[in-house]
Structures are given as C-alpha cells and as structure tokens.
Write a protein that binds this ligand. Structure first.
Ligand code: GLA
Length: 392
C-alpha cells in the first residue's frame, strides 16, 4: 500500500510538472493507546505512528513561487512565498500555510512544487492534519536546512493548527507523527515534552480500529469548549489549593472538596482529566508487564470517562464500544482521538478480527444505516524521507 501511494504520488507529480520529483517524504497518522484529552492538560499520552501516510513528492524552485497539489482532492493552490500568508477559506491549505508562515520567519525563502496524496482517512481521528503539518515542516527543514529539531517541527505543526485553523489542539498528534518509531509506543510527558519509547508488543493481541464513518472536524466540535471548561476548572482549583500547578498535582479528593464550586459540568470534566492522567501511568506498567487484561480494562474505563464525564463521544462510537463489551476476544475498547466521531480502538485476540468485524458491521448497519470500516494498523516510524526514489 505504501509503495502504491508513493508510485501514484510521484507519477502525478511527473504528469503535472513534466519532471521527476527530486524528493519523497512520508508522514504518518497516529493511534493513541490511552491518554485522551490530557495532552493539553499536562498529562501523559501513549500514542504511536501507524502505517498510514501522507506522501509528498517535491522539487525545489529557483524562485519564491510555490505550487501545492492535493491529489486526492483534485485541488491546487499556488502562491508566492513573498506574499503575506494568511488563512484562506480552504481548510487543507490552511494547515500548510500555517506552517509556512512560521518557517518564513525562520529563513524559508525559496519556493517549491509539491504533490501530496494520503492513505490516512480524513476525519477518522487518525490525525491526517498533523501528518500534513509535520510533513510540510519536516520536508522544508530537510530541503532548505532550516536547522529545526524534531520537537520544533511538532510545535510548529501545533501552532499552525492554533493560528491558521482555529483548533486549540494539544501536542500529541504532531509529536507522534514526527517521533514515531517502528513497533514502539511513545510515552510522552505533555508538560515537559520528555518522552520514552515502550515496546509495542501485544503478544497474542492486536489493535483493531473500527471507523464509525462519522466525520468530525474539531473546529465545529466541542473541542475548544472542553479546553475552556478545564481551564476554568483549573483556575478554581488553583485558587483553593495553591500547591496545584497543573492537573497532575490535583487529586480526586481535592475535586470532591470543590464539587459545588466547580459546578456539575466542570467537576465532571476535571474528574475525567485527573483519572485519565493516572490511567496512562497504570497502562504503561500494564504494557511493560504484558498484563493485557489490565490494559484492556483501563482502555474501557477511559471510554466511560470520555463518554459520560468529558462528553466527547457520540451515539455511533458508544454503540461500537458497547457492541464489543461482551465479546471474550476483546479485552478493551474506547473512542480514540478528539472524539465526536472517528474510530474506536480495540485490543482484540489475534485471529478473531474477521468474525468480529463482520458481526459488528452488520449490527452497525442495521442500527445506523452506516457502513463500518476497519483498519488493522502496524506501528511504524515517524516522518521521514523516502530515499529509494527510483520506485516508478
Ligand atoms: C485531537 C487533538 C490532540 C488531542 C486529542 C485528544 O486529536 O489534536 O491534541 O487533544 O484530540 O486526546
């Protein structure tokens, strides 16, 4: 699939620009084992890059002109790097312009021609947008020696989303896309950006994604609202417990003491965050000890919290999670990513996937009239240059 993607992208480049692309880059989507909605709450997350990519075929220009072709959308955007870069009314362009805007401040002067194409489904919670931002950042950094670290590339991607797209996302997606490593999950401390890799060895289990096919965009979802709610919550907590600097210093007991002051909604949001931060640490231990029953239980607890307390799930995803709850071959299931649609991530016994998918797909179709999609993903390396350019 990767080979085909690269081939299609490079062929399209040749067709449009009558030249072979000089460079090819691949930027992956991500999954997250556990640690949802805590990246912007100073928590820990446990994501990994996956074998679904955006492929960029690119050549430098001698002047400041840029042409970007979104092959899958059959759309193009042309501009001059010397022009002021501002958000426009095309979302995919804004992810890119937001990155380039920052890179101009860091010395980017020369233009380029790019064709990109993707195997990361859009709006499925697999971070196609982070892959796009980080792919562009990484590519420019390599081509024009901008001297950026991987961490800076991830932060630039995140800032692009804040400033040019309007979603106040955390750092998890961009970090996972850039720092991904084959067969390793990343335990990221979102407060310090320190990270460690843990072997993603699920033994006789595998990770299965069930895609609700309900598309989300966090610009119109409740994502930014959740951020505001927890910010308000933290301010109240801090004013009563000055020793609390971040949610990490906050306990469930403190929240109980403040329950009335926080009010029902903000209490629920904060309670989820405090519990989820702990769950990630427990999950890392469970993974290290190959205690998959524990890991699965933690994932399912996360889902309950996301659905009932943080309220970022939706009927379709709740259905998918509930539908596998009594399946002995499934150890854990939860919604993944920002929510309001997208995928559930399931820890399932290897070999049981096919039968499980058929069964759930049937129930899902009958209930919602929507076709279920599923992905068995492999944990792969982060954004990188693809060197074997003679693929076609
Ligand atoms: C989206 C955001 C991330 C993170 C997740 C929820 O994917 O981009 O920063 O907050 O939602 O965990």
């Amino acid at each position: 699939m990767k080979k085909k993607l690269i081939q299609n992208t490079t062929e399209h480049f040749e067709k449009l620009f009558h030249n072979q692309a000089k460079h090819i880059f691949l930027s992956p989507g991500r999954i997250n084992i556990i640690g949802e909605h805590v990246d912007y709450n100073d928590g820990y997350v446990l994501p990994a890059a996956i074998n679904k990519y955006i492929c960029f075929a690119i050549s430098k220009n001698q002047n400041s002109e840029c042409a970007i072709i979104a092959k899958d959308l059959n759309e193009a955007y042309k501009f001059d790097l010397n022009d002021e870069l501002k958000p426009i009314d095309k979302m995919w362009v804004n992810y890119i312009l937001g990155v380039l805007h920052q890179l101009k401040e860091r010395g980017l002067k020369q233009g380029f021609n790019i064709v990109f194409s993707s195997t990361i489904p859009m709006g499925a919670g697999l971070s196609s947008s982070a892959a796009l931002e980080c792919g562009i950042g990484y590519t420019m950094n390599k081509l024009y020696d901008l001297g950026l670290s991987k961490e800076e590339i991830a932060l630039i991607g995140q800032k692009s989303e804040h400033t040019f797209v309007g979603v106040n996302c955390g750092i998890m997606d961009q970090f996972a896309s850039v720092f991904g490593k084959k067969n390793q999950v990343i335990k990221l401390d979102c407060n310090t950006l320190e990270y460690e890799y843990h072997k993603a060895d699920f033994k006789k289990y595998s990770l299965l994604l069930l895609d609700s096919n309900v598309k989300h965009t966090h610009l119109t979802s409740g994502y930014n609202d959740r951020r505001n709610e927890v910010e308000q919550g933290l301010a109240i907590i801090k004013s009563h417990f000055p020793e609390v600097k971040t949610f990490r210093d906050c306990s469930a007991i403190m929240l109980l003491v403040l329950k009335e002051k926080l009010g029902e909604t903000i209490f629920k949001r904060c309670h989820f965050v405090v519990k989820e931060i702990q769950r990630v640490q427990d999950a890392v231990n469970a993974l290290s000890n190959s205690d998959f029953i524990k890991l699965g239980n933690l994932m399912s607890e996360t889902h309950q919290g996301l659905s009932k307390e943080y309220e970022v799930s939706c009927d379709e995803i709740d259905f998918l999670v509930n539908a596998v709850a009594n399946e002995t071959s499934v150890l854990g299931s939860r919604m993944m990513g920002g929510g309001f649609g997208g995928c559930s991530i399931n820890l399932v016994e290897k070999g049981s996937e096919k039968e499980l998918i058929e069964k759930i797909a049937e129930q899902y179709r009958t209930t919602f009239g929507i076709e279920l999609k599923s992905y068995k993903v492999k944990i792969s390396k982060g954004t990188s240059e693809f060197k074997n350019i003679k693929i076609s």
